[in-house]
Design a protein around this ligand. Structure first.
Ligand code: SF4
Length: 333
């Protein structure tokens, strides 16, 4: 296994603020208990980050907050374009608020792709989960973005319509198929990982609508189906997550301060630090489990230890292949 690998993708949180109150999102609670010093990424830190880490080609800007609430987003988009770094927001945005200036910059400076979380085809259904949100406003913002795409004759940003299937919105699947088409968005359905919240009522109907042979409604504890994805951990190797103040988190499932700062030390040094190497070695069962490692409080880590599900060289190899494919498909400069 290659230990000195330099990632081509970084996940850099651009804003931890969010104006909605989605019932399954617990991040606000965490930030209330662990107040962060900085709430959004500054364009100055972003510029320095690109200068210090020239091997980074793609930056994913969305994680736990709403990227469009970052007041310096327009400048960040411009800086990325000047440095030939591709920006994505595939983790998602609620897109309830965005300025015309930012919309225009996204098109002009080739912001690559954006997932908009739209879990309903009607305002009434949408706001059941996206509490505080307004579907009409989201649609208006998408239409304004499409206006700029037409004006500048650009395919960027590629727009994804993300629909999490809940019991309360499954009847609107045919309507969202139509709506996504009208808005020129690529529709994709996402599984609800919180099985105690609004589970699917009619799996046969949903399977038929999604052209699937069957849908398995899994009512087990939340952690079990989530861990089956097993994807967050390899971010530590290939697309490390960084907080907007430069704190190295490692992956998108990590919230706690690791004591490492990428803005101060540079990503290469942080990735080669004993803290990160030790965490990787534990995850690969190459070092003894240590309850002080940077992953120790993560439920996935606890699950891995409990079930003896460590990361193998094969997993690292296939994750690396996936990342290389992603870079090939996404890097447009
Ligand atoms: S164990 Fe948890 S914190 Fe550590 S890399 Fe995996 S998902 Fe992230």
């Amino acid at each position: 296994m290659e230990e000195k690998f330099l990632p081509q993708i970084a996940r850099l949180e651009s804003c931890i603020i969010c104006q909605l109150k989605c019932p399954c999102c617990k991040i606000e609670e965490f930030y209330n208990e662990n107040p962060p010093a900085v709430r959004y990424l500054s364009s100055d830190d972003f510029y320095k980050f690109l200068k210090k880490n020239p091997f980074i080609k793609i930056i994913e800007l969305s994680n736990n907050g709403e990227i469009f609430l970052n007041p310096e987003l327009k400048e960040i988009i411009k800086i990325a374009n000047i440095h030939k770094v591709v920006l994505t927001a595939r983790n998602g945005a609620n897109f309830n608020y965005v300025s015309n200036e930012v919309l225009e910059a996204m098109v002009k400076y080739k912001f690559h792709s954006l997932n908009v979380a739209i879990d309903g085809a009607t305002p009434e259904t949408y706001k059941i989960y996206r509490v505080g949100g307004n579907l009409n406003r989201v649609i208006e913002n998408i239409e304004r973005l499409n206006f700029y795409k037409k004006k500048f004759n650009s395919m960027y940003p590629i727009l994804y319509f993300q629909f999490i299937i809940f019991g309360h919105n499954e009847h609107e699947i045919p309507m969202v198929k139509k709506l996504a088409k009208e808005l020129k968005m690529r529709l994709y359905f996402k599984r609800n990982l919180f099985h105690d919240y609004s589970p699917i009522n009619n799996p046969e109907y949903v399977a038929k609508e999604l052209n699937l042979s069957k849908i398995v409604v899994d009512n087990s504890l939340n952690i079990e189906p989530q861990i089956k994805r097993m994807d967050s951990c390899t971010q530590l190797w290939f697309e490390p997550q960084i907080q907007c103040d430069g704190t190295f988190l490692g992956c998108c499932s990590q919230y706690y301060d690791t004591g490492l700062n990428v803005f101060e030390n540079g990503l290469e040094d942080v990735l080669n630090s004993s803290i990160v190497v030790h965490a990787k070695n534990i995850l690969c069962k190459k070092e003894e489990v240590d309850n002080n490692s940077m992953c120790a409080k993560c439920p996935f880590f606890i699950y891995r230890i409990r079930t003896n599900s460590f990361i193998t060289d094969n997993m690292i190899f296939s994750a690396k292949e996936c990342i290389e494919k992603k870079v090939k498909e996404t890097y447009i400069y």
